[in-house]
Design a protein around this ligand. Sequence first.
Ligand code: SF4
Length: 372
Amino acid sequence: MGLEEVKNLYVHFPFCRGKCTYCALHSRAGTSPAARAEYVQRLVKALGSLPAHGPFSTVYFGGGTPALCDLRPLFDALEPGPQCEFTVELHPLDATPDALKSLKAGGVNRISMGVQALDDATLADMRRGCTVAEAERAFRLVKTCFDNAGIDLITGYPPPKAGGRSWDDGFSRLWARLGTWGLRHCSVYSLILEDDSLLGRRLRNGTAKEYGLPADDEVMDRLAAISRFLKSLGLERYEISNYAAPGFECRHNLATWRGEDYIGLGEGAHGRIGRLRTRNWWGPGVEPPGAHPLPPECEEVSPEQDELERRIFSLRTRDGLDASGRPEWEPILGRFAAEGLLTPPRLNGRRPAYRLTERGAEVCDSILAELV
Ligand code: SF4
């Protein structure tokens, strides 16, 4: 597929107010407005370098914290059509009436807000810079402008202090608060202890005893409870970590899991264009910023690897994994089905597909690892 035919665009913004303790994403704090404006100008140039094509079906501004930048030059350069799903990730502190008005005017129609925790002690330990009450106020304000809005949460974060509450104490009470938010979407991620994060370093440096990291089976029980709770709000699990009201599934993420191509622009962005895999890419002929810490990458994978990558991630979704033409997968998938981690193959369209069971969803990475 040529670049001009790619219908999905991801744009990365590597700026944050501060660094959250659990985060190892490519982002930095303490940047100046001038540096952010320069970054946006470079993105405008990157967009201008793309060959002419029809409107994008999905656009996703992620980060980092996109709203730390003045996004209007990008809105002007993009001109998203009315059918485009245009998502911007927001920090609760971004949600001011003026900012929301500007996003709306720019064509944004979907908001993903990072809330991450539902108790103040955990939010403070995470260094999120806001309280639950502030996040709730922010989300309610977002909902006055954007019906299609959801939040991200992390589960399994350790209790903030030695002898503190168990990480899931008060689960029902805390999560019950969400019942009136009007969520259309909710992403729930299990904490991944990244070596490069502040939390990872703290644990490595021997202060782990101050934390009571939950055991894996505790996390699984909690995720099962979360799944039941979100279902009671009308949000169905459509991918391992994602729940949505019917019709509010994130089209951009679904497109990438289903193997569609996507252009990734900016420092931390990944992209897939035909057999090309890109990272820190700025469009044809545009140089990445000089002082960034990531090397630009553009790698061509083999046709076999390309086919494998496009197919395999659909196991994460409700679509399930189409195993046709892959006889070597059958014994592996059959074994996982016998263990109750996959459903026996059922038709998805005209092809039989294996789907994750609730238990299987918690060990998806292990299943995928056996297939590659
Ligand atoms: S979690 Fe998000 S807001 Fe926090 S440092 Fe990472 S990218 Fe920035």
